[in-house]
Design a protein around this ligand. Structure first.
Ligand code: ADP
Ligand code: MG
Ligand code: ZN
Length: 620
């Protein structure tokens, strides 16, 4: 029937496809296992099977009494032997017989009295016992091999997996240069020194200087850490070994450690060169004491890395670079001198940096002349380098879809809108939030500049940091200070409270962004009252007692001096009075500079990062 005919080849075709595709590899190895089992089974049946005709014990006894039995072998459970002539009812006419042994104490006597040759059996026992072991063993080995091959399938074999995968990533000539990286000027400056050293190690070591062994690039995702590491290798014209931290962490204990050892051996042979461990946090997480010891493998790998870094002679010219966006989880041992002792911050770019990055990525794209880079840069606050690269690509795709000959403003506008919508989920500051942060930081900066005798403001930034802080105002001391007067401390508190005060004045509302400021201001006030004797009300008394050393760093639940409840209340009241005083002074200063607060905030919103000099000019 046509139905049947059509269905049959179809089904067969389907079956074949499934065997070759989905189960191809495993089934072929399973076949071997099956064949081996069959052979073993057959051997067992052959050797252990009772030979000849099986007869009841009673018949054997009768035959024995009749003198028909020639020879008997007494086994553990069976008796077998030969008869003088075959049994009449046996179709095969075999003289062999077997019978099940019965507990019969008179057997030997009977055998002897009829003159039968007899012997005990032991020949087959070792074989059966061996097979009894061998079969389950082979079974498990088979299963193990099966899974092992599956897990290891991609790598091509059992023997190769201890060798470092880094080999595959060793590049002799890296094409990336510093000109391909923009917006991270400070990081680039720091890395130039590394390049210098790699180019000419002798120059540095001749004077006895110690070369940094490890450089850790720290920064939010997509800011160009990997790119920078490659650029260092490219600029210095040295080989580049790169591996991701997660590649070290394997299922089998010891493999990661072996990989590290191998990687460093390869690197040493190729020095000068760079070993780059990307996503260092995957293997460098702080070691924890866990009762189950579940992180055995990662710890072993990390220990091996630490040992290799220690045992490494940096004068040979191997620089170890690492990158992470989660420096806070790294094991402190990694950051000790002689290991990753240099840390380079690779931060999100400011408006100027964004413009440069856009320029780099637009080189390979046909852009229409109406596209203004600084406009795009201004609209993409909070974008990292990778986001900007993505933006250019997205705009190019949009233009291509509309069959345009060049990418124009509208494509970029649309692409920005799309990406911002996507990034908002990744917590990029909204316009409203940026405004709050800008007022907040400007508040800090104005008060820090206007009040006398404080460290000058070096920089204000509202570029979102990867690690929590939304903006910052950086003050740099011009000289070392050993003493602070009461007035200095009050000024400092005023600066700390000024962020929140600016929000209050400009927006009529306060945000959660000031939590850290408040904590630090309160700490200062408390120290003034209880340690420095700077409160008239409380007098020149140290209420805290000598600061006790902490036992094993476990903080005491209550760390305060020996004073009564009444004193505690007075202290709290004094702290509050000092804070209010500082707050008041910040408020007066900012009210007096209301117009400056506005204009500087506007400017900061435009340029993301303001240098101290520009701030002082605007305030003058
Ligand atoms: P990270 O390692 O910090 O997560 P990558 O170096 O992998 O970031 O960056 C991914 C891509 O984004 C790079 O290949 C590059 O095209 C682009 N990019 C990132 N940062 C920059 C930058 N500062 N300058 C130019 N391009 C950048
Ligand atoms: Mg990276
Ligand atoms: Zn603040």
């Amino acid at each position: 029937m046509p139905e049947n005919d059509a269905a049959r080849p179809n089904r067969r075709g389907g079956d074949r496809r499934r065997t070759t595709r989905g189960f191809g590899r495993p089934s072929s190895s399973l076949w071997y296992v099956a064949v081996i089992f069959l052979l073993i089974g057959a051997a067992q049946v052959y050797y252990l099977a009772p030979a000849g005709k099986t007869i009841p014990y009673s018949q054997f006894k009768d035959l024995l009494k009749a003198g028909e039995v020639e020879e008997v072998t007494v086994g553990e459970q069976t008796l077998s032997g030969t008869l003088k002539q075959p049994l009449p009812d046996d179709p095969r006419q075999s003289k062999q017989f077997t019978t099940t042994r019965v507990d019969d104490t008179t057997l030997t006597e009977t055998l002897e009295s009829h003159g039968v040759k007899y012997s005990g059996e032991s020949v087959n026992r070792w074989l059966s016992e061996l097979l009894g072991w061998l079969i389950p063993l082979l079974f498990f080995v088979g299963i193990w091999a099966f899974f092992f091959r599956r897990m290891n399938g991609a790598e091509g074999g059992i023997m190769s997996f201890a060798r470092s995968k880094a080999k595959a990533y060793a590049e002799d000539e890296v094409k990336v240069r510093f000109t391909d990286v923009a917006g991270v000027d400070e990081a680039r400056e720091e890395l130039k020194e590394i390049v210098e050293f790699l180019k000419n190690p002798k120059k540095y070591t001749n004077l006895g200087g110690r070369i940094p062994k490890g450089v850790l690039l720290v920064g939010p995702p997509g800011t160009g850490k990997t790119l920078l590491a490659r650029a260092v290798a490219g600029e210095a014209h040295v080989p580049f070994f790169s591996l991701s931290g997660s590649e070290f962490v394997e299922m089998f204990v010891g493999v990661g450690a072996a990989r590290i050892r191998d990687l460093f051996q390869q690197a040493e042979a190729k020095a000068p060169c760079i070993v780059f461990i990307d996503e260092l946090d995957a293997l460098g997480k702080a070691r924890v004491q866990s009762p189950v010891g579940s992180h055995e493998e990662r710890e072993q790998t990390l220990n091996q890395l630490l040992a290799e870094m220690d045992g490494f002679d940096s004068r040979k010219g191997v620089i170890i670079m690492g990158a992470t966006n989660r420096p806070e989880v790294l094991d402190p041992a990694l950051l000790r001198p002689g290991r990753f002792d240099r840390q380079v911050l690779v931060d999100k770019p400011d408006i100027k940096g964004r413009e440069e990055i856009l320029r780099i990525h637009m080189k390979s794209v046909k852009v229409s002349p109406d596209v203004e880079l600084h406009v795009i840069a201004a609209r993409t606050a909070g974008f990292a380098g990778a986001d900007l690269a993505n933006l250019v690509n997205e705009a190019a795709l949009l233009a291509a879809r509309l069959d345009k000959t060049a990418v124009d403003r509208y494509d970029f506008d649309l692409a920005i809108d799309r990406l911002i919508a996507g990034l908002e989920k990744k917590r990029v500051m909204s316009v409203k939030e940026r405004e709050i942060v800008a007022y907040h930081e400007t508040g800090h900066a104005i008060v820090a500049t206007v009040l006398p005798n404080l460290d000058p403001v070096h920089k204000i930034s509202i570029v979102q940091r990867g690690f929590g802080a939304l903006g910052y105002t950086m003050q740099l001391p011009t000289e070392d200070r050993y003493l602070m007067t009461r007035k200095d401390l009050l000024s400092q508190m005023a600066v700390l409270l000024a962020g929140r005060t600016a929000e209050e004045i400009a927006l009529g509302e306060i945000s959660t962004g000031a939590q850290n400021d408040l904590q630090r201001a309160t700490d200062i006030a408390r120290a003034m009252v209880t340690e420095f004797g700077m409160s008239e009300e409380m007098g020149a008394v140290n209420y805290d007692g000598a600061k006790r050393p902490r036992f094993l760093d476990i903080p005491f639940p209550q760390e305060r001096g020996l004073y009564g409840e009444e004193t505690a209340q007075k202290i709290d009241a004094e702290i509050k009075r000092l804070l209010t005083e500082a707050h008041e002074s910040a408020r007066n200063l900012l009210r007096g500079n209301r117009d400056k607060l506005e204009s500087i905030t506007r400017r900061l919103l435009e340029i993301d990062v303001m240098e101290g000099d520009e701030l002082r000019q605007l305030l003058a």
